[in-house]
Write a protein that binds this ligand. Structure first.
Ligand SMILES: [Fe+2]
Length: 286
């Protein structure tokens, strides 16, 4: 029997430069509510599935770090980067392209919270900085966390594309090198009996060409049908959930910054399996 671990799916925080902005206030308020709702003695991870900042600006990352530290959840977060986190003005219409400074700030934030969370809850981190293109100085960041006590492995994927065209930023791509690694982790003999949680920002499914991973077909082939998996993503600010019987789930996150009351999914990872536990209903900040 392994100790249960709870996974709460969020995404699209869109933290801004202005700490009085509604996005910042709503995210901070909801993170506090999540802490209040989760029992003290229960280990949990808040999955932040990308677009943590609005425009990847340095002050936005400072505000983001301040919020998670003030609320005290920096030891309970696993995050990946979204298109807004690595571009100046990540919006599809006015996207002004990849920004290396934003990318480096994003990488630092993700690695720090992953390391705090592993320090808090235990685990073993494997960092993979993969070249996306041969001539690119940019890396795709795949972070893998093995939590042996809970029999869970988290594959924190990088679905960002760094080409300078707006449609690619919106669609995202896993890339061949990362795909190969995902396959290796899914098939690893020493991870048989572990729950596999794959988190990325962009959409692996959905009939929307403009917001669908460029290589969604290949990605789907890899994990579809692998039991005891949870694939978690964000990007479209639309909550949804699909279950393949009782042994695997695909879930998209509502946006944590929303002006409406939202319901976030809580999953229980236990004994190498994944169960949907409940929704947490989270109103906006008063
Ligand atoms: Fe996005």
């Amino acid at each position: 029997m392994s100790q249960p671990l709870y996974f709460i799916l969020t995404g699209d925080w869109h933290i801004t430069n202005d700490s009085n902005n509604r996005n910042n206030k709503n995210v901070k308020h909801r993170l506090k509510l999540i802490i209040d709702e989760m029992p003290n003695d229960v280990p949990f991870i808040i999955g932040a599935a990308g677009d943590l900042t609005n425009n990847g600006m340095p002050l936005e990352y400072t505000n983001l770090t301040d919020i998670v530290e003030e609320v005290g959840v920096n030891g309970n977060i696993f995050s990946v980067l979204g298109n807004h986190d690595i571009t100046k003005l990540g919006n599809l219409i006015i996207c002004s392209g990849f920004d290396e400074a934003a990318f480096q700030h994003g990488r630092k934030f993700c690695d720090e919270v992953i390391s705090e969370t592993v320090f808090n809850l235990g685990g073993e981190v494997h960092n993979h900085d993969l070249e996306h293109f041969e001539d690119s100085k940019l890396k795709k960041l795949m972070r893998v966390v093995l939590m042996h006590e809970h029999k869970v492995v988290f594959l924190l994927l990088d679905s960002n594309v760094t080409e300078d065209d707006d449609a690619s930023f919106a669609r995202g791509e896993i890339g061949t090198k990362q795909m190969k690694l995902i396959e290796q982790y899914l098939q690893a003999r020493q991870l048989v009996g572990y729950t596999k949680v794959l988190m990325l920002h962009h959409h692996p499914i959905f009939n929307d060409f403009f917001q669908l991973l460029k290589d969604s077909d290949e990605f789907l082939k890899l994990w579809w049908g692998v039991p005891n998996t949870l694939v978690a993503f964000a990007h479209k600010h639309h909550r949804n959930m699909w279950s393949n019987g009782n042994d695997s789930f695909v879930a998209s996150a509502h946006d944590l910054k929303s002006k409406q009351t939202i319901k976030v999914q809580v999953f229980c990872l236990k004994d190498g399996k994944v169960f949907f536990d409940k929704y947490l209903e989270l109103p906006p900040a008063p």
